[in-house]
Design a protein around this ligand. Sequence first.
Ligand SMILES: [Zn+2]
Length: 422
Amino acid sequence: MRPWIRVSIVAAALCAVALGSFFGARAMRRSSHASVLPSVAEDANETAGITPEPAKTDAAASATAPSSATTRDGLPVIYVTVASHSEDTFNAGTPNFQTDKASFDAQRAELLAFARMLAAHGVKYDWQSDWNFLNGVLAFDRGTTDTDGKNVVRYLSEDLGDEIDPHSHENAGYNYADVAYLIKQLGVEPSRVVGGFIAAPASGSQVAYFSALSHGLKYPAYAWSPQILWGGGTGLHQNEEDVWISGVWRPKSAEQYDTDDPSAPLADVGHYKSDWEGLDELLALQIGGKLEAGKIYTVSLMSVQNDFSAAYTKAFGERLDAYADETASGRLFWATITETYRAWTETYGSVPSVLRWNGLTTTSEPGPMPNSEWSASSASKASGVPAKGSSGASSPNGTPRGSCGDGVCEKIERALCPQDCS
Ligand SMILES: [Zn+2]
């Protein structure tokens, strides 16, 4: 992995993570957002000392029963989640969907296309949004014919079986519970997944914060407490890989984030390296007999909603097609975050599983898969979806767009080419 790739991924993590109140300077938030990428996600959910409840209210959670087997063909199953973030107005380049109807309508259409593409592949989707787009839905979305007259969030939840998670940088007076409240106002029960949080360094950890969160700030009468931490990143752009974890466990503390404590209030569903490379790495370990039977393995594929376009969705779908065999065999199980959590409690007996990305590869040697080099191809960077099993020398659709390194920041490169777009 070339250095710039690493940098961009870290920056992406920050986006999802850099929640306002913890790094007060808005300038820092802005700068972190300026280089947001389509590849990281975090979530945090916590119940303040409350015993986690089954996520029975989540439409997505009840839509599909998790795999009842922990192995397929004698190999431990890998749970894969597709997730995306929609950001607030403090994120440079994100339209104000609350007032800009044209931008809202355009992105709504792209979101629908992406979500339908996933559904057509049998892939579940954790859609995660901050208050900006949600307020846009409240303002403008009365439903359309192609959504059965439902707003887009209801359609994703009810018609496509997707999970709707709050994602919040806790700007403008909204905390996570307030964002959950907005989802509720749209007619959808929000999940109890936290769509982004700081896990490290310990001094900035939000684990304790989410363990205590119970109500909104803007809507203080609304009660919402997290149940599942998802992902986790760093706030200082350093040692991010230390929190790229595959598995499910209960973080013991800020200092011992990757240590399981059965008495801890929140579970964490790890996002691992939340892109195709992370998925391929896990598959390589799986086929190589390196995964441990009886333990759950997880990885997320993270996108940024602002990047959705016809080309992005097409390339993403073609990339998914490359996993048809693994999916058909059951070696890959596509699930929402809450479904993954439930599988962990119901099928795996809540046996903690913590597999760190750091322990698998070094920066001086190639990974176990030949296609783990995003940087090899401008085409791959253009779509964000490098071809599986290839060197990345050609894009999934064979039509490279954008050329990183030429000093021109094309829109398609925004998230993936810091040297052109910084
Ligand atoms: Zn974010």
